[in-house]
Design a protein around this ligand. Structure first.
Ligand SMILES: NC(=O)c1ccc[n+]([C@@H]2O[C@H](COP(=O)([O-])OP(=O)(O)OC[C@H]3O[C@@H](n4cnc5c(N)ncnc54)[C@H](OP(=O)(O)O)[C@@H]3O)[C@@H](O)[C@H]2O)c1
Length: 289
């Protein structure tokens, strides 16, 4: 088998783009995902010319739309027989006013949780065809700073703040990552791992373009010079995607290339299952063949 087939969402910029480039350098087949075709084409060209690897492809989908996630999964499956590594990297924090997607979901939850959840479900059969597949979900240490949870109001119809929405979406992403690890074992899919990663505080476009109010906008700008480079931010994901050391590790949360302990503050198996069931409910209409 000639290298791995690796799909990286949100790899037209930031940490995802650097991850794509580094994995391309190692000789793998890379599928760059973005929402803007022109930008994706430029990124693919850049990766090809800088790495000498011609097996760089792209796929376009707006992850705010679950139908588009489904179309992207079908498009991938029409072209590729198997998937070895799925990196759910696309993510963002939004502004001070709560927004919703065309499907009616709160934007932060839709992009950081519902889109990756659906993509995993739709690509599970394709991942199962790999001799050893890895699912890597990019989360954030911001999950430790989120306020009290109300699992009757997962989409923050009441009391939305951008920080709460982001922290909670990333906390729920950690929970579904570990829940998935259990489900994969139950199904006998021991050759697919499911782990999450905190990339560190990284200097990218992340959080820079949305209006969060004057003081927060200023604080974010001032914090940037102290943040890590995208290359440093990509290290743990690259390690998880390729290292033999983590071949049999599943259900874990990683930071700095090591297993770390996610916040237990709001954790219970019951809460984890509520979030899993919520994601499954939203995904179901898109999962029929
Ligand atoms: N930077 C940090 O300090 C930090 C810290 C902790 C966790 N993280 C997490 O790390 C991941 C990568 O962040 P980053 O800093 O590299 O962010 P970034 O520079 O803003 O890049 C985000 C990527 O996601 C894509 N994207 C955003 N919304 C999308 C949508 N609706 N549909 C499709 N693609 C979409 C962007 O596409 P465009 O090119 O079209 O914009 C871009 O390729 C995210 O999950 C983030 O939450 C970042």
């Amino acid at each position: 088998m000639e290298g791995k087939i690796i799909l990286i969402t949100g790899s037209t910029d930031g940490i995802g783009k650097v991850t794509a480039k580094a994995l391309a350098k190692q000789g793998h087949t890379i599928i760059v995902h973005g929402r803007n075709k022109e930008k994706a084409e430029v990124v693919c060209k850049e990766i090809k010319s800088e790495t000498g690897n011609s097996r760089i492809d792209f796929i376009i989908a707006d992850l705010f739309s679950l139908s588009d996630v489904k179309r992207m999964a079908i498009e991938f499956q029409e072209k590729y027989e198997r998937l070895d590594v799925l990196i759910n990297n696309a993510g963002a924090m939004f502004g001070k006013n709560r927004g919703i997607t065309i499907d009616g979901y709160e934007k932060t939850i839709a992009l950081n949780l519902l889109a990756p959840f659906l993509l995993i479900q739709l690509l599970l059969d394709t991942l199962a065809k790999s001799p050893s597949a890895r699912i890597i979900n990019i989360t954030s240490a911001a999950h430790t700073m989120t306020g009290p949870l109300d699992l009757n109001d997962i989409q923050l119809e009441n009391g939305y703040t951008f920080g709460k929405a982001y922290g909670q979406a990333k906390l729920y992403l950690i929970w579904i990552t570990q829940h998935l690890a259990g489900k994969l074992k139950e199904k006998g899919l021991m050759h697919i791992s499911s782990n999450s990663v905190h990339p560190g505080t990284v200097k990218t476009e992340f959080g820079q373009n949305e209006n969060k109010g004057f003081w927060i906008n200023l604080l974010l700008k001032l914090a940037m010079p102290f943040a890590s480079t995208p290359e440093q931010g990509a290290e743990t994901t690259i390690y998880l995607a390729t290292s033999r050391d983590v071949e049999n590790v599943t259900g874990a949360y990683f930071s700095n290339k090591k297993i770390a302990q996610p916040s237990k503050k709001y954790y219970s198996p019951e809460n984890e299952k509520i979030i899993w069931d919520f994601c499954m409910e939203t995904a179901k209409p898109y999962m029929d063949k």
